[in-house]
Design a protein around this ligand. Sequence first.
Ligand SMILES: *[C@@H]1O[C@H](CO)[C@@H](O)[C@H](O)[C@H]1NC(C)=O
Ligand SMILES: *[C@@H]1O[C@H](CO)[C@@H](O)[C@H](O)[C@H]1NC(C)=O
Ligand SMILES: *[C@@H]1O[C@H](CO)[C@@H](O)[C@H](O)[C@H]1NC(C)=O
Length: 182
Amino acid sequence: MRELAEKSCFIFFLILLSFQSVLASQKSFRQPKPCKHLELYYHDILFDGTDAANATSAKAANQTALGNFKFGMLVVFDDPVTKDNHLLSPPVGRAQGFYFYNKKNDYNAWFAFTLVFNSTENKGTINIMGADLMAEESRDLSVVGGTGDFFMTRGIATIKTDIFQGAKYFRLKMDIKLYECY
Ligand SMILES: *[C@@H]1O[C@H](CO)[C@@H](O)[C@H](O)[C@H]1NC(C)=O
Ligand SMILES: *[C@@H]1O[C@H](CO)[C@@H](O)[C@H](O)[C@H]1NC(C)=O
Ligand SMILES: *[C@@H]1O[C@H](CO)[C@@H](O)[C@H](O)[C@H]1NC(C)=O
């Protein structure tokens, strides 16, 4: 009797083990391949009060007195987006949205914007938002939706700072992988 119990216990254990490995292999299976991949550059020229002809973003709310890292400062932008890292390359779209600084003891930001495409290649929008953890070299933002050519899309936009020239100009490299395309 005891032997039988031990045997069935062992069999049960085997079943459990194989079930788990099925689950594990399903998990690695589900790691999707992107259905669309875009590599774009984002250029931000912050208005300094004199360069209205060139500036593409402006401080819309001043920083607070909390800490020394611009906590609360809000910047609204309508930035050109290009295929290569040249500011003067013809834009393939625009990034329209805002970021604000949100860390008391270091620089850190939060982004929300829409990539607006209106070219022969692409028409539509991609909506992107998330924490810009500035201490990290590479940051992942969520692609939360889209319209037109990017109807109902979702994915990940990985951003890296390509160049940073003080408060005046910075450029981000955006590596956008979409996992839902219709
Ligand atoms: C605008 O940008 C161009 C190209 O970088 C530069 O040559 C020009 O001096 C800038 N104009 C102003 C007003 O900043
Ligand atoms: C913005 O805030 C900073 C720091 O509190 C202050 O020095 C500056 O005068 C403020 N600027 C404006 C336009 O209120
Ligand atoms: C998109 O481009 C077309 C053709 O150049 C233009 O007529 C239209 O106004 C543009 N739409 C937007 C939202 O920029």
